[in-house]
Design a protein around this ligand. Sequence first.
Ligand code: 13P
Length: 251
Amino acid sequence: MKRRSLIAGNWKMHTTAGDARDLALAVATICSDIKDRDVLLAPPFTVLADVADSVENTGILVAGQNVCWEEKGAFTGEISPVMIKAAGGAAAIVGHSERRQIFLETDELINRRVSGGLSFGLTIILCVGETLEEREDGEAFTVLEKQVRRGLAGVHAADMAKVVIAYEPVWAIGTGRTASKEQAQEIHAFLRRLIAELYEKDIAAQTRILYGGSVKPTNIDELMAQPDIDGALVGGAALDAEIFGRIIAFK
Ligand code: 13P
C-alpha cells in the first residue's frame, strides 16, 4: 500500500502578517491543480490565523510549530491545541530539534505535547533526529529509538492515524548537507520497523514518515523515490513559493 505523500513547510521564525499571507496565497495558487498529495504549512503562531484564512477551502493544512498539552491555564508563553484549532490549524509539529537543542525540551516534555495535542484531535508531526556527533559515534539508531519510544509513550494505536514522524538529522538542518537517499531510506525503514514493534505491522505500514534537512528541488525526487520516505518537512526552501512549489511537484 502506498501512503499519501505529505510535503510540509516549516516556516520557523519567519514572516509577519503581510508576507505570510502573500506566501500562503502563492503556495495555494501553485497547489490548485495538485490533488494526489497533501501540503501543510506551519507558520509562526502570530500569523497562523492569517495563513489559515488565506488557504481556506484549498485543502492545504495548517499547523502550529509546537503545542501545549493543556486546553488553557497558567502556561505563560504556550499555545493550546484548542487555540490552534480555533485559529484554523489542524496539526502541530512537536519535538523539532531546535526545540530540543535551543530550548532544552526533553523527550518527556515532548511526549506530553504529543499526547495533549492528540487528545484534542490535532495531527502531530513528531520530529526525531540524531546529531553529527551521535551519528559518528554509531549512536544514531539508539538515539532515534529512544526519541520515538519516549515521544510516543502512552499513545494508543487508534491515535497513530494522526501521527506523522519526521526524521530530521540535526547535521542536515539548514546546513545544505542532505542525508543521502540511502542514509535516509535506511533510517526510515528502521523507524517503520520500530513502529511495527511498538504497535503492529498495519499501523507501521500506514504511518507517514517524512524526511527533513536541506530538502531542495534538486534532491526531492530521489528522496521521494525511496520506499519508506513519504514526504518532506522543508525549512528554508519553504519560504519561497516557487521553490516550495517545485518541491511539492516532485515526480
Ligand atoms: P532546512 O530545510 O532549512 O534544512 O530545515 C529543515 C527543518 O528543520 C524543517 O523542520
